[in-house]
Ligand binder design. Structure first.
Ligand code: AMP
Length: 482
């Protein structure tokens, strides 16, 4: 389970990055690579680099562009490093703090390590208790530190073996990028909840990233996904792969639906193509007489295009997104939440007025965004608003790395579709079925974790986590990210 800090908030949803290459400016490349993963976390960013003798890190709260100055990058570049590990983290408002920012960096007699983690461990509290009982001291409230602490116990056997031994203890979701003095190591948990892939950069360099889009952004060449239950060790001899666990494979369906970038390919399935297919299925399951199909940009757009194509309806840009509004510091409350949505998305009257509109979004979580958007479309003169959602009702919290509010705040956990439709003020509401979702994603190699739609989890979490752990204020969550 993700470590629940004193403030009772969970904080996950992250992107990890690793670079290896002599003669490469891994610090600067790492910095650029983090921009490509920014959508996976906007609360903190960090980069650690090592030249084998010295390790240097810079971390901060905020977006990549806010955290690093040119001077910070120059100072990281200055040590002529050949290994870099980077991280972006999403956390709830005010949570986390600098101490929990990653990569976590540790030094011991045998050298340095920098660790970046995407996912949640479900047994970290128990492990932490045991380790503390044995005298371990923790500097953060992050579950990731448990991995470092365990590794330190096994360090006599060398980094790679210490890591493998550590992994026999930890349960949950983890995609890791770990830098030592001599190696860059990537790990994907046996379920493969979170993505992780490897690319080549330059003649002999490597880039490890949560998403292939980051490899593309760095001008690298995609080599392959790290398989669930697999480790990749990159050193001066090249890249070696090693399986450390049998893989029950359960990759996260929500990466395809909402979380990953449209231009990433995960486990052989391109996210854009997957979203278009989800939209096509949605049109088959929930057709409606309408004039135009619009999307909630950006993550709803491929599904809307798929819907429009399958329904033979024109697609139009009915909602316009302001790309320059990042995180907004607006105090809670319905009126301001509405303002926050309006800041990011406005209805284009020219497109909407007098039209029967199908609005496609990738997911409804709290329902706040949809409710406000339906209102905006009506104000812009829509004669009908039909909401179509390219996934099933989101009814259960995620314990494996997607930031989710408690079930009490999940609108689909409280209401049936009819009731929700009334609440949203829409003329009709249709969710893609689970069967349709899985059919659309079938080209992916791994069977998916769909626990957010079913409440059935791929591993036991019952004793490890209670709803109270997820109980946080409604206003801490609900960023309108497209
Ligand atoms: P809501 O207003 O709570 O229903 O938010 C739904 C919107 O948030 C959808 O348009 C999604 O694109 C987006 N969304 C879905 N899941 C998440 C998440 N875990 N974190 C942030 N945004 C999300």
């Amino acid at each position: 389970m993700p470590y629940v800090a004193v403030d009772g908030k969970l904080r996950e949803e992250c992107g990890v990055l690793g670079l290896y290459g002599r003669g490469l400016d891994v610090a600067r490349l790492g910095y650029f690579g983090l921009f490509a993963l920014q959508h996976r976390g906007q609360e903190s960013a960090g980069l650690a680099v090592t030249n084998g003798k010295e390790i240097k890190a810079h971390k901060g709260l905020g977006l990549v562009a806010e955290v690093f100055t040119e001077g910070d990058i120059a100072s990281l570049s200055a040590i002529d490093a050949h290994i870099a590990v980077g991280h972006v983290r999403y956390s709830t408002a005010g949570g986390g703090g600098l101490a929990n920012s990653q990569p976590l960096v540790a030094s011991h007699l045998r050298g340095h390590v920098a660790l970046a983690h995407n996912g949640n461990l479900v047994n970290s509290d128990k492990l932490r208790e045991e380790l503390e009982g044995q005298g371990a001291i923790f500097h953060t409230t992050s579950d990731t530190e448990v991995i470092l602490s365990l590794m330190a116990r096994y360090r006599q056997s060398g980094n790679e073996n210490a890591l493998v031994q550590t992994l026999t203890h930890v349960q949950g979701a983890y995609s890791l990028a770990l830098g030592t003095d001599t190696e860059l190591i990537g790990v994907r948990d046996p379920y493969g909840f979170r993505p992780l892939c490897l690319g080549q950069i330059g003649n002999e360099g490597y880039v490890l990233a949560s998403e292939s889009a980051a490899i593309d952004a760095l001008g690298g060449e995609f080599l392959r996904d790290i398989q669930p239950g697999e480790i990749v060790v990159i050193d001066e001899r090249g890249a070696r792969f090693r399986r450390f666990a049998e893989s029950p494979v359960s990759a996260c369906v929500f990466e395809y639906i909402y979380f990953a970038r449209n231009d990433s390919t995960i486990d052989g399935l391109n996210v854009y193509r997957a979203r278009q297919e989800l939209g096509r299925q949605l049109a088959k399951e929930h057709p409606v007489a309408a004039d135009i199909v619009i999307s909630v940009p950006d993550s709803g757009t491929p599904a809307a295009l798929g819907y429009a194509a399958a329904a033979n309806l024109p697609y139009a840009e009915g909602l316009v997104k302001n790309r320059y509004v990042g995180r907004t510091f607006i105090e809670p409350g319905q009126a301001l939440r509405e303002l926050k949505v309006r800041l990011k998305l406005t209805a284009n009257t020219e497109v909407i007025a007098g039209k029967r509109v199908v609005m496609v979004d990738d997911s409804i979580v709290r329902g706040t965004t949809t409710q406000i958007l339906v209102k905006l479309l009506r104000q812009a003169g829509a004669s009908e608003v039909h909401v179509r959602v390219s996934c099933p009702p989101y009814v259960s919290p995620c314990y494996f790395g997607i930031d989710t509010p408690s079930s009490a705040e999940l609108v689909a956990a409280r209401c049936g579709v009819q009731e929700m439709c009334a609440l949203l003020g829409a003329d009709s509401l249709g969710f893609l079925s689970l069967v349709g979702t899985l059919a659309a994603l079938s080209p992916a190699q791994a069977p998916a974790c769909v626990s957010c739609f079913t409440g059935v989890y791929p591993m036991s979490i019952a004793k490890l986590k209670t709803e109270a752990d997820l109980n946080r204020k409604a206003d801490d969550w609900g960023d309108v990210r497209g």
